[in-house]
Each structure stands twice: as C-alpha cells, then as structure tokens.
Ligand binder design. Sequence first.
Ligand code: ZN
Length: 86
Amino acid sequence: MIKILIYILLIYIVYKVFRSLVTPSGSSATKSDGGTGSFDDIMVKDPVCEIYFPKKDGIYLNNNGNEIYFCSKECRDKFLELQSKK
Ligand SMILES: [Zn+2]
C-alpha cells in the first residue's frame, strides 16, 4: 500500500517538474526580467533608499522634467525635503 503512495508521489513530482519546464513563465518566484517580459515589470531604483522595485508600483514624481520613481511616499517626501534644503 505504501509503495502505491510513493509511486503517486513520484508521478506528482515528475508532473510538477514537467509543468515547470513546459511553462517557465508561470510562477513569479523564478521570474527574471528577460527581453520578452512585459514593460510593466521594469525595475527602477529609489534614489533615497537605493532599493530596486517594479516601476508600476512606484510613486511617480516629476522633478523639473526628470521622471523619478520612489518605492514609497515616505521616500518621495524625504527626497523633496532634501531638495528643498539645497
Ligand atoms: Zn525608498
């Protein structure tokens, strides 16, 4: 009886591996920004905390014609604060 369960488990693992080989763009965990990906996933760098994040999730700021993206509103406020001190 246990042998059957092991067989089922093996078949399941093989099936999972096969699935991941056939459809590599399924999970987001192993996703890398290759050339074929959508442009929504462009990674930009936060100039304040220097963290990379997806552009679509960023806080947009137009700073004298420069497009700047921040990871959070806190970083945007910090950036503006630093700008105003200069
Ligand atoms: Zn930040």
